[in-house]
Design a protein. Sequence first.
Lengths: 412, 153
Amino acid sequence: MKKPLELFLGILTAMGGFVEVGELVFSVNAGAKFRFALLWVLALGTVGIIAYCEMAGRIAAVKAQPVFNLVRERAGLDAGLVTLVAATMVSLLTCSAEIGGIALIWQLLSGWPYRWLILGAFLLLLLSIWVLSFQWIERVYGLLGLLMVVFLLTAVYMRPDWGQVAWGLVPQVPALSSTKEYFVFAYFAVALLSSVMLPYETYFYASGAVEDGWTPSDINLNRIICVVGMVLGSALAAALVIIGAQLFMPREIEPQLPGAAALGPAMLFGKAGLVAALGGMFFAFAGAAIENALTGAYNLAQFLGWPWGKWRPARKAARFTLSWMIILLLSTLVIVTGVDPVSVVEYSIIFAVVLLPFTYFPVMLIANDRDFMGEFVNGRLANAVGWFYLAVVTLAALLAIPLLIITRGGQG
Amino acid sequence: MHKRARGWSVWLQAGVLLSILAGASYWLANAGSGSLDREALKSAVGELRSQAAVGRLLAEQSARGTLTRTFLETQVEQSRKNIDSEREELKSSSVAPEVVGPSMRASTLARRLDDDYAALPRSYGDADAASALGREFDALFKELKSLEGGLGE
C-alpha cells in the first residue's frame, strides 16, 4: 500500500512542481510570439530532464550520493568550485525571481504594497522550511501547485487547432520577417530549454531521493515518477504556450507579467478560474523558491562535506540550516531593492543554461561508470540520450549570453 | 576519466567566456548614443501598442464580470508603470530629426493611453462604461499599430 501511495504522490508532486515563474513567463511569451512553433523545444527539454533526473535519482538510490558530491569528485576542486559558485548564484537569482513572482501574485489577490508582500513571502517561506518536513514541503507545495491544472483545462477549452499543436512538436524554424526575429526565436528556444532543464531540478531531485532514503529497490519508482510526473508537468507548460498562442497572439499582446496568464482561465471560468490560476501560480512559485533555497544549501553542504538534510535536527546540520536561511534572506534582499522581477527571471534562466553542461557531465560520467554503479549502470539508450543532451546543452550554453545581449533580452 | 572531465571542463569554461566576450563586443559595436532613432521609437511604440491591447482585453473582461476589482486595479497599476517608463523614454531621449513627428504623435497617444488606464478601475461593475473604454483602447491600438507600421522594418 505504501509504494503505490508513494508513487501517486511522487507523480503528482513532480507534476505540480514542474512549472515555476521562469517557465511560466517564457512559455506564455513563446506562444504569444511564435504560436506553437516552440512546442518542440518543450518536448526536447522534457526528455532531457527526464533522462538526467532519472540518472541522478538512480545514482542517489544506489549510492546514496547526490549530484554535488560527484561534481567535486569527478570535475576536481577548481572546476567544481566554479560550478558551485555559479550554481549558488543561479539558485539565489531563481529564488529571488520566485519571491518576486509570489509578491506580484499576492498583490493581484490583495492589492497590498509589493514590498511588504515580499517580506511576507520571505516569512512564509522561512516558516515553511523550518516547520515542515521534506515530505510535507513536497506535498503541500507540489500538490497545491496542481491548481495549475486550470491552465490545462483552459488550453483545451480554447479549442486550438490540434493538428497545428501536434505539428509544433516537430523540430522547426518558422519563416520570420527579419534576421532579428530569427535571433529572438533562437533566444526563446534556448530560454525555454533552460526553463525546462533548470539545473536546480536535478540537484534537488537527487538530494530529495537521499532525503527520502531511496534504495536500489526504488529504481523503478524513480523511473516512473520521472517519466510520468515530468510528462504531465510538461503538459502544463504546453498549455501555457497554447494560451499564449490562442489568447495573446491574435490580440498582439506581449504579456510581461506572470499574472497576465491568469486572464486565460478568467475568460473561460470567470472569477473562480482567475483565483484558481493565481493560487496555482502562488504554490508553484513558492515551491520553486523553497527548492532553490534548499538546493543552494544542499550544494554547499555536499561540496564542503558538511552534515546536511532536512531529516536531521537543525542543530545537527547547523551550517546547512544557516545556508538555506542566508540564501532565502539574500534572495529577498535582491528583490526588495526594487529590481524588476521579470528581468531577474530572464537573467536567472539564461545564466542557468550556462551551468547545464557543468551539472550534467559529472552525472553522465558516474551513471556510465560500471565500476561505480555495478548492475545499475546506464544502458545503451540512457547513454545515447545522455550524450545527445550533453551536446545540446553545451551548444545552448555557448549561445545563451550572446543571444541575451543581441536580442536585448528577447525584445529584438 | 577524471582527467577527461577536467580537460572538458576547462574547454567549456573557455568557450563560455569567449561567447560572453563575443556577445559583449556585438553589444558595444551596436550600442547607440542614447538618442531615440527610428528603431528605438518603433520598439517604444510597439510596447505602447501591446499595452493598449492589454487594456482592451482587461476592459472586455471587466465588462463581462470575470475579474475581481483588486486584480483589475493592480493590473492597471502595473501597466501604467510600463506606460510611464515609455513616456519617460520618449520625453528624455534626444530625438533623431527624421522621427520628430512620429515621436510627438507617440507621446500624445501614450498620454491618452495612460488616461484610459486611469479610468478603467472606475468602470468596474459598469458593463457599459467598461465596453466604451474597450472601444477607446481598440481605437488607440489601431492608431499605435499604424504609427508602428509607418516606422517601417
